[in-house]
Each structure stands twice: as structure tokens, then as C-alpha cells.
Write a protein that binds this ligand. Structure first.
Ligand code: FUB
Length: 313
């Protein structure tokens, strides 16, 4: 397939088409993919790694969106919002999830709270377009540390993942070290009841829930450096039966973060790696300079998942 020739300036100028091997986008670093299928189009929301090298820590200020109707050609639409667009946040545009309900797009995402005590927190922004712009919908965090004293760190409220049942009941899964979930009210902007913990082994972060047939799947980053593990259940409320590793450590990235979607009759596993080679004198990918990749996901006859085979094209 064709390599991309997309510059950042062009990317930000909207509506650029890129054609992809793995990693699928090579002119900017993209991480924490959150894919949404809407009106026969796949919208891919990503974090945006801007660390100057792989030595210090993440530098992430905004979130990007790309779209495709064939999973090969990706159109860049530019940033949808910045972490500091949440007036109560001081930065760190970490992992997110987008869903649509009744014509409104709800963007749930992780940012660092201005107040050091809550540490990381989850916000929600809305738009009437999948490509934004998005605005803070409630003017405060949806979930902060003081609501979830389940683990001793201030990172435990990160990586939201939304699952909407066929009857409209909506749940948000999230967490670091301890997976948690909570029902959302019909307005999608308030919690509906208590935050509950989930019992699965080796959970690090990056929960994602999807359903195929009668089976619910909870995939998540496990151990560190991270692989992706998964568990299955017959109910959104569990119990979750641990099924093993779905994806190995992705290249030279210590983190791994996945989306699972079905699109046009095929199942896809979307994740990030540190595999982008150096380009135009810029340092290569790595633990703080990640890039989104896509591979096919296959099911066994009993509903369990075959391990994802990572490819470069
Ligand atoms: O991208 C920042 C953080 O790294 C995410 O929130 C985690 O899932 C991990 O990918």
C-alpha cells in the first residue's frame, strides 16, 4: 500500500486522505485509539503524542480524529479539542471513548485535574458532529478520585470506555490497576448509582467492552509492559471469566491500548505500537511516541478470541 505524505500542517488543515500500512498514520504520533462506527463510517479518535523523545514522559495536549470507509484510506479532520478546553483541567489529553446517542456525540476522556488531589479525572464533552468541535458538557469532572477511593494512586480514574446495551442502558468502564464500572443516566452526563469494582486478573488500564452474539467481552491492558488480556461474560455485570492474552506487547511501546469494532462484516483490533521508524531527522516511535495500528480480530467457534497477529501491512 502507499506510504503517506501527510504533513502536520496539512493534517491540521482538515480533510487529508492517508493510505495506510501499519502503523496507519506516520506523520503524527497517535495513541489510545477509540474507534466508533457511525453511518457506515469508522471514526478513529486518538491521543496525540508530542514528546520530543522517548526519555521522559507523555506529552499530550489534544485529541485527533480520522475517518475511513474502507479501513485503509484515512481522512484526517484535525483536533477535536484540547485537554485545557476543560476549564478544570491542567492538561494531559489521555485515553478517551466516543459514542453517539440521539444525534449527540459524547466524548468521554481522561485529563489531569487542576487540583492535584484528585489527580487524573474523567470529563465528558459533546458535539452535534463526530468531528467536533467538542465542548465540556458539565463544567466539572464526571469522575474524580474522591469518588473512587479504590486504589491508593491518583491515576485510578482514567481510560473511560462506554458500552450501550440494546435497551439503551449505558455503562462506563474505567480505571487503572482496579477496573471499575458505573451506570450512566439517560442524559449520559451523570452517574446513575454506585461505582463498582470488577474482578479480573492482572488489570493495568485501557478497559474496552464489546458484545458479539450473547457474549460480552472485556479487554484490557494487563501487566507492565502491557499486553492486552480479555475476559468474557454473559452479562454486562459479570462475573467475568478470564480468557488469557489477546495481544502481545506491541513493539517497543510499554503501553498498549485497544479498540474492537465490527465493520462491513469484519472484526478489527485497533491498538498502538512504538514502531514508527525515524523520519526527516525526527526521533523514532517508542514508549512516549506511539502510533495506531490495525489488525483483524478472529473468533473461535466457542466465542473465544484468537490471539491477534500483529502485521506491518
Ligand atoms: O496515553 C496515556 C495513557 O497511556 C493512557 O491513558 C493509557 O491507556 C496508556 O495508553
Amino acid at each position: 500500500m502507499l506510504r503517506k505524505t501527510l504533513s502536520l500542517a496539512t493534517l491540521l488543515a482538515v480533510s487529508t486522505v492517508v493510505q495506510a500500512d501499519n502503523p496507519i498514520i506516520t506523520d503524527v504520533f497517535t495513541a489510545d485509539p477509540a474507534a466508533m462506527v457511525h453511518n457506515d463510517t469508522v471514526y478513529l479518535y486518538t491521543g496525540h503524542d508530542e514528546a520530543p523523545n522517548n526519555d521522559v514522559f507523555f506529552e499530550m495536549h489534544d485529541w485527533l480524529v480520522f475517518s475511513s470507509t474502507d479501513m485503509v484510506n484515512w481522512q484526517a479532520h484535525g483536533p477535536i479539542m484540547k485537554a485545557t478546553d476543560f476549564s478544570w483541567a491542567k492538561g494531559d489529553a489521555w485515553a478517551s471513548h466516543m459514542v453517539e446517542k440521539d444525534g449527540t456525540f459524547y466524548f468521554y476522556t481522561t485529563v489531569r485535574h487542576k487540583d492535584d488531589k484528585p489527580g487524573f479525572a474523567i470529563g465528558v464533552a459533546t458535539s452535534d458532529s463526530p468531528t467536533g468541535p467538542f465542548k465540556d458538557a458539565i463544567g466539572k469532572a464526571l469522575v474524580t478520585d474522591d469518588m473512587t477511593k479504590h486504589t491508593p494512586n491518583d491515576w485510578d480514574d482514567i481510560d473511560p470506555a462506554i458500552f450501550i446495551e440494546e435497551n439503551g442502558d449505558t455503562y462506563m468502564f474505567f480505571g487503572n490497576l482496579m477496573p471499575k464500572y458505573v451506570k450512566l443516566k439517560d442524559n449520559m452526563l451523570e452517574l446513575d448509582g454506585d461505582i463498582k469494582t470488577i474482578d479480573v486478573p492482572n488489570f493495568t488500564e485501557a478497559a474496552w467492552v464489546h458484545k458479539k452474539g450473547d457474549n460480552y467481552y472485556l479487554s484490557y491492558a494487563c501487566e507492565f509492559p502491557e499486553k492486552i488480556c480479555y475476559a468474557m461474560s454473559k452479562s454486562i455485570h459479570g462475573p467475568w471469566e478470564y480468557k488469557g492474552i489477546l495481544n502481545e506487547i506491541a513493539g517497543n511501546s510499554e503501553t498498549n491500548h485497544q479498540s474492537v469494532i465490527s465493520y462491513k462484516g469484519k472484526d478489527y483490533f485497533i491498538y498502538h505500537t512504538g514502531a514508527l521508524p525515524p523520519k526527516n531527522g525526527k526521533p523514532s516511535g517508542g514508549r512516549f511516541r506511539r502510533s495506531v495500528a490495525i489488525d483483524r480480530l478472529h473468533y473461535n467457534d466457542d466465542g473465544s478470541l484468537k490471539r491477534v497477529i500483529m502485521t506491518t501491512e
